[in-house]
Design a protein around this ligand. Structure first.
Ligand code: ADP
Ligand code: MG
Length: 358
């Protein structure tokens, strides 16, 4: 965003409307000085004043943010540019470092996975012959509109639900070969979960919730304590360890869920819409935590999301539509902003995009 350009544009539009700075200030209920600061590019109007200001100056929000008139012909391109700028602010400075090791072992392998839900009268093919692989240390996103089969797919990988046909291998183990009992152990030992609803146990403190994941793995008591203290510090939840889930915020609960998911060093962390119930600040914090998990601790993460702002933190995105994979995007050397715009373009191409961008 070019603050100076926006300022001159505001000044020009104000003069067009034959208003003095004082008159405009009065209409907006602010001081003359604020207007003068905007017009000289020293500051930007407060977010809450965007709409009333646009109305008074007879311009659109995109025009205000761009600092120029936008003709119908340029609408798409120019609006994208504004969106790009706004997103850039939302995403902040890109700290991305590129992973160079491409010879990581495969953690997850799916071959022709199919899921059919049968009821008395109908059968729904929720997932149609999906195949893909994920290597250690990668952060992969699955995107798709509601009903496209994302949760069904994730639940099969999570061993919560079974596939109708096909093969799922986690750490070289074909999970279809395991008995119910073995599956429960396998889940505990190899998988970590972060869901939208946090899934923390209300009657246990945060410390106990996290400890539970470790005691299930039969780790000695002394090392449990030290592990929890270390991870709590890394995720900034040290001072809420003795609280109960209902006493802390959604963002904090989700960070606890993250600690619980990673503390057992699982082969694969599965996350279904983990940012769904969070405000944008907490969402960003969670996504940065996932990036940190994958980059620093080589954690492998598979995240389902319908939100492009979340997806652009991933290394790779698989797009699902009607139970099938349509496109895969690799982030490669792009930064988050560039990847974000490519994700949006892809969504527009495969669906018209409207269902994704709210
Ligand atoms: P998403 O997570 O992408 O929104 P889902 O995996 O929940 O999609 O659903 C995919 C399709 O499978 C939808 O058509 C849904 O109605 C159907 N479906 C999901 N769960 C069941 C179920 N338990 N029984 C019957 N149909 C189901
Ligand atoms: Mg779902």
């Amino acid at each position: 965003m070019d603050q100076k350009k926006i300022g001159s544009f505001i000044a020009a539009r104000r003069k067009d409307k034959a208003m003095t700075q004082s008159q405009l200030a009065e209409k907006l209920g602010i001081t003359d000085k604020a207007i003068s600061k905007w017009e000289t590019g020293k500051s930007m109007p407060d977010l809450s004043l965007f709409n009333p200001l646009c109305k008074l100056l007879h311009i659109t929000l995109n025009e205000l943010l761009l600092g120029e008139f936008i003709s119908d012909k340029d609408l798409k391109e120019k609006s994208n540019q504004v969106l790009y700028d706004v997103v850039k602010n939302w995403l902040g400075k890109d700290q991305w470092t590129i992973k160079t090791d491409t010879h990581n072992p495969t953690v997850l392998k799916l071959r022709n996975i199919r899921k059919v839900y049968e009821t008395e009268s109908t059968s729904t093919v929720a997932v149609k012959d999906v195949s893909f692989e994920i290597t250690k240390g990668s952060f992969v996103g699955i995107m798709g509109a509601s009903g496209s089969g994302k949760t069904t797919l994730l639940n099969m990988i999570a061993t919560i639900d079974s596939a109708t046909s096909g093969q799922i291998e986690i750490d070289g183990q074909n999970i279809m070969d395991l008995s119910e009992n073995d599956l429960a152990t396998f889940r505990r030992e190899h998988l970590g979960f972060v869901f939208q609803e946090y899934n923390l146990i209300d009657t246990l403190t945060i410390y106990e919730n996290i400890a539970l994941a470790l005691t299930m793995k039969q780790i000695p008591k002394e090392s449990v304590k030290q592990k929890i203290i270390d991870w709590a510090e890394r995720l900034d939840i040290s001072d809420i360890l003795n609280k109960f889930p209902y006493e802390i915020s959604g963002g904090q609960r989700q960070r606890c869920a993250c600690v619980r998911a990673i503390i057992t060093s699982p082969s694969l962390i599965l996350a279904d819409e983990p940012t769904g119930a969070l405000d944008s600040h907490s969402a960003r914090q969670l996504l940065e935590t996932f990036v940190m998990f994958s980059q620093k601790y080589s954690a492998t993460i598979l995240m389902v999301t319908h939100d492009a702002l979340s997806a652009c933190y991933c290394d790779r995105i698989l797009f699902m539509q009607d139970g099938e994979f349509k496109v895969a995007l690799e982030r490669g050397h792009e930064n988050k902003q560039e990847f974000f715009t490519r994700i949006l373009d892809t969504l527009v191409k495969i669906t018209g995009g409207s269902r994704y961008v709210s």
